[in-house]
Structure formats: C-alpha cells, structure tokens
Design a binder for this molecule. Structure first.
Ligand SMILES: [Zn+2]
Ligand SMILES: [Zn+2]
Length: 357
C-alpha cells in the first residue's frame, strides 16, 4: 500500500504536477493507518524514491523545479511561495500552536455603523501609505515636492483637470492599500463607493484597469462606459478580466498567461482561488508556454485551470489545506480521492458511476 501511494504521487509529479482526476487516482478501501500517518514533522513534504533505507529523499518543491526545467516562460523560485500566503502561513503556525481562531480577515469599508450613517471615509496616501481624512490637504502639506502633487497645484482651482488628477492620486493610494490587504488577507478594503450594507465579499470587487478604483464586478461595465481615464483604444468587452490581472497574483504566473488566459476566465470564486495558488499558476504557465502558439488551445488551458480550482475549493471545504502544494502529501491521499469523487459526482450507493467523467 505504501508503494501504491508513492507510485500515485510520483505519477502526479511526472504528469503536469497534478492528479489526473478522472480514472488515474484509484481508491483503495484497505488504506493502512500507518500509511496515512504523518511521516515527518518538517514543514516541507518529502517523497521517497523507493522503500530501501538508502533511498535519496528529494523535497517535493525541488521535484517541481526539476519538472519545469527547460521552460523559459515560467519563473521558478528556489522556494516557491505565494507572497499572499506569508501572513496565512504565519497564522497557520499560530493556530497550530495555540488553537486560536483564524486572524486573517478581509473586511469591507461601509458607510453605516449600527444602522447610522457615518462620515469617516479615509483615503490612503499614495506616498506615505497612511490613511487621511483630508487627503488633498495632506499631500499639499507633506508631499509638496512630488511631481504629481506639483502638477495639480499648478492647475487652476476647481478646474476639471485638477479634479481628475486629484481623483487619480486618491484612487492610486487606495488601490495600493487594497492590494496589500488582499496579499496579507487582513484589513479593510476601500472601494470607490462604500456600500451601506455588507452584501458583498472582498472577492466581489475588481479594480478598473484605467483608474484603479475598486468596483463591484457586476457594476464594473457601467463604470467603464464613463471612466474618465479610459484609453480610447481599449475597446474590449472583458473589463472584469482585464481588471482582475491588477489583483494580487502568484509570482509563478507568467505575463502571457495573465494576458491570454486569466483575462478570459469567468471571474468567480474559482478564478480568485487559482490566482494566488503557486502550483496551479506554475502548471498553467507551463501549459500556456506549450500551447500559446495555438489560440484554439486556450479553452483547453482554461478548463484545466478551472478543474484544478474546483478541486482546491473542494479540498478547502473538506480539510484545512490552503494551497495545492498542501495536497501533495501522502497523508492527504484519502481526502484527495474523496474530493475528486465529490467533484465527479461519484454515486457510491446506487450504480457506482460518475456523473461527470
Ligand atoms: Zn502621505
Ligand atoms: Zn475607471
């Protein structure tokens, strides 16, 4: 059984780093407890080549790099790590040690508190990254030497151009703050217009590609029609897709992948999950590198990405894993099989058939 598990994971690593969901991962009900136990206390998982004592143990991460060797379109870091996961991993360690509740929370700035309107909107300064209630006055007093501030000071008071420049500075500061909140998964997002009630999650907000202000994704098209910073040549209809590539991405995602594939993805919970996952983005970048010459292969790449995103969402709902690399662990074998069966609509009781082959 131990050998079977190892062979299965070796197969994952040989074939595109992921389990081939349908038909490859076989489930065996006689899984021994000692196989499913944790073999190591180290944070980095290891896969052994053989059962012999003298076998060389190679970290999973290094195997991934070996697999990707030769690809010029993929960024391979010595220790692949999603920058947005740094705070998460710290929080995981805290949780493991203290059994405390999750610290990471992304909130949405609202206009009401306790049913009453509040007038406390603070915009973040682009230059010092601090919240300011009177942003323009703050910039004129503290950052007078900045070129952009000098420019709008030189313009006539109450002119339209001066107003637009101030608005762009305000949007840029808030955008920088929002990106850092989403990276750290902690803090409060400041949209262009704060809602009165919290009916949207942070994943529902996408920045405008021209002015960087955050809007609810369903309303972004309406803003794009009258965005004063819109370029005349950007006549595409995928405003959500092009806005989404301004959100935090895994460093493993190539520019070509973002431009050709990620802008065309349906911007739902699956897209927001795959965006920051290191292994999925590395896999997708490799696929894009292989097939980017043929546009008719783009739907295939999108489907493979969404397949893995659905799998990761299912794993998150069943276990405490945060990213796909957490699933590349022999102790996760049963959970992986259960998640794959759940996604495929496996009918255990009736006909032992798959709803989606
Ligand atoms: Zn400042
Ligand atoms: Zn805009």
């Amino acid at each position: 059984m131990r050998q079977h598990v190892q062979q299965t994971y070796m197969y994952w690593l040989r074939t595109d780093l992921v389990p081939s969901f349908f038909g490859t991962v076989r489930y065996s009900s006689d899984c021994d407890d000692d196989v499913c136990s944790n073999h190591s206390d180290d944070s980095v998982s290891h896969v052994s080549d053989s059962d012999s004592e003298d076998s060389v143990v190679i970290p999973v991460y290094r195997r991934i790099q070996m697999h990707l060797k030769g690809s010029t379109d993929v960024v391979v870091n010595p220790a692949p790590k999603v920058y947005s996961l740094s705070a998460r991993q710290e929080n995981e360690l805290i949780n493991d040690d203290n059994n405390a509740e999750a610290v990471e929370t992304v909130k949405l700035s609202l206009t009401t508190r306790g049913g009453r309107r509040k007038w406390d909107k603070r915009d973040f300064c682009k230059f010092c990254q601090k919240p300011q209630s009177k942003l323009i006055r703050h910039m004129m007093l503290k950052h007078r030497n900045e070129v952009e501030v000098e420019d709008f000071i030189a313009m006539p008071l109450k002119s339209k151009r001066r107003h637009l420049m101030q608005r762009k500075l305000r949007n840029d500061g808030n955008y920088m703050h929002n990106v850092s909140v989403l990276k750290d998964q902690s803090g409060e997002i400041i949209p262009f217009r704060r809602p009165s009630v919290s009916q949207h999650s942070s994943d529902d907000f996408i920045p405008c590609e021209s002015c960087h202000a955050m809007f609810v994704k369903d309303n972004l098209w309406r803003h794009r029609k009258k965005c004063p910073f819109k370029q005349s040549h950007s006549g595409h209809s995928r405003c959500q897709g092009f806005g989404s590539i301004l959100l935090p991405f895994s460093s493993a995602a190539s520019e070509g992948l973002k431009r050709d594939i990620m802008t065309g993805l349906n911007q739902d919970d699956v897209a927001s999950v795959v965006r920051t996952d290191d292994v999925i983005m590395k896999f997708a970048s490799r696929l894009h590198f292989q097939h980017s010459h043929a546009k008719h292969r783009f739907p295939y790449i999108k489907e493979r990405i969404r397949q893995m995103g659905r799998f990761l969402l299912q794993m998150r709902s069943m276990t405490s894993v945060k990213c796909l690399s957490d699933c590349l662990d022999p102790t996760m074998f049963e959970s992986v099989v259960s998640a794959v069966r759940c996604i495929c609509g496996f009918d255990v009781d009736m006909k032992l058939t798959y709803l989606r082959p």
